[in-house]
Design a protein around this ligand. Structure first.
Ligand SMILES: Cc1ncc(COP(=O)(O)O)c(C=O)c1O
Length: 382
């Protein structure tokens, strides 16, 4: 198979990596921000190198072949038929969420999220002068899922938008098509725009589940759904970001495009190139990635199960372990693990201080080193 060996460590020191530059102490293993420690598919790098044979990197629009690649990707991989006119190109999903928040009614209107949730989705509503309303996920059968009664109770005349994260970061939940259908129905019936962040949709680790786009789960409600997607998690292209929104309704598309105008930059030329090559040539690499991540998840699962002070719920998707550290007798678990040499994402950032999030998208050797440090620290207080 023509893909780099995922077991091969790739040093990112001196690449100005945000993940690696965070800690001055070289003994700290960074396992926080959601990019991966794997070299991307070589054909993507090749396509970007080829593009650089032309020396001008001026303002660029989405190539027609990229549009076709995205339409085919959504049809082949997610059984979702879309029209090319529904696409709006973005330099990132987060700027798309920010623009969408400005469309949520007026100042002080409400944006609902299922919490805990990826921190930009948590903070952007208030940064855009909207009130965030948290509807906590509920824990059922080792799975964090939607509390529909609480969701319905949270709705007021001021509720204008739901920011859904599907699959869900940080709990790794994959919502079923029935759950998504119910969410979409409740939103439509209450005039709430449904914004569905599906950036993790290609990172399915559950052996028998498949991702269902919200727009497919509720195809007759599609005109009320704005979906955000990207190849950046799928192919480890966060620094060459080319994301897109899928917006079937022309009026919502127009409002969204206006919200982006002059504030959201256009997509960089090389990012379009990377996205096109990824969707056209990346799927064999991607299958190897998923196999490797499943192995990493099993390694992490076994290690956590061996530490009675920790627990981890089923991670159905994403490469992010959501680990309950509340039984460790320390004041600040994030700081405790950092001192032990592992840089995790503090759960408080997502809205639940009982947890730490661990990024396991790294070579097995590094994962085992991180696990060893965690185990040593936990054993020291057991
Ligand atoms: C749910 C979710 N949305 C968006 C992003 C980031 O999107 P982008 O880098 O395209 O702005 C992340 C990154 O971790 C994420 O987990």
């Amino acid at each position: 198979m023509n893909h780099p060996c995922f077991d091969q460590p790739v040093s990112r020191r001196n690449t100005a990596s945000i993940k690696w530059n965070k800690y001055a102490d070289p003994d700290v293993i960074p396992m926080w921000v959601a990019d991966m420690e794997f070299a991307t598919e070589p054909k993507i790098i090749e396509a970007m190198t080829d593009r650089l044979q032309h020396p001008i990197l001026g303002y660029t629009s989405a190539p027609a072949d990229l549009k076709t690649a995205v339409i085919n990707y959504l049809s082949d991989r997610h059984d979702w038929q879309i029209d090319g006119d529904w696409l709006v190109w973005l330099p990132g999903v987060v700027p798309g969420v920010a623009a969408a928040c400005t469309m949520a009614g007026d100042v002080n209107d409400e944006v609902i999220v299922f919490s805990p949730i990826y921190h930009p989705l948590r903070y952007l509503p208030e940064m855009k002068n909207r009130n965030r309303v948290d509807v906590p996920l509920q824990y059922v059968n080792r799975r964090w899922t939607i509390d529909f009664d609480a969701f319905k109770e949270a709705i007021t005349p001021r509720s204008k938008m739901l920011l859904l994260c599907s699959p869900h970061n940080p709990t790794g939940t994959m919502f079923s098509s029935e759950e998504l259908r119910r969410v979409a129905d409740i939103c439509s019936d209450n005039n709430i725009l449904l914004v569905s962040d599906e950036i993790h949709c290609d990172l399915v680790l559950h052996p028998s589940k498949t991702h269902c786009p919200t727009g497919r789960a509720a195809s007759d409600r599609q005109n009320n759904i704005l979906t955000l997607m990207s190849p950046s998690k799928t192919f480890n292209l966060a620094g060459a970001n080319c994301s897109f929104a899928v917006i079937p309704d022309p009026a919502i598309r127009e409002r969204f495009s206006s919200a982006c105008l002059y504030t959201v930059p256009i997509v960089p030329t090389l990012s379009y190139t990377a996205a096109q090559a990824a969707y056209q040539h990346g799927w064999e690499w991607h299958q190897a990635l998923i196999d490797y991540l499943r192995g990493n998840l099993a390694t992490l699962r076994a290690a956590v199960d061996d530490m009675p002070l920790l627990s981890m719920d089923d991670i159905e998707s994403t490469y992010l372990g959501w680990i309950n550290t509340s039984r460790i007798p320390v004041e600040d678990a994030h700081d405790f693990f950092l001192k032990a040499g592992v840089g995790l994402s503090p759960g408080a950032q997502f809205g639940d201080a009982n947890f730490q999030r661990l990024n396991f998208a790294c070579c097995r050797e590094q994962l085992n080193q991180g696990i060893e440090k965690i185990a040593k620290a936990v054993n020291s207080v057991t």
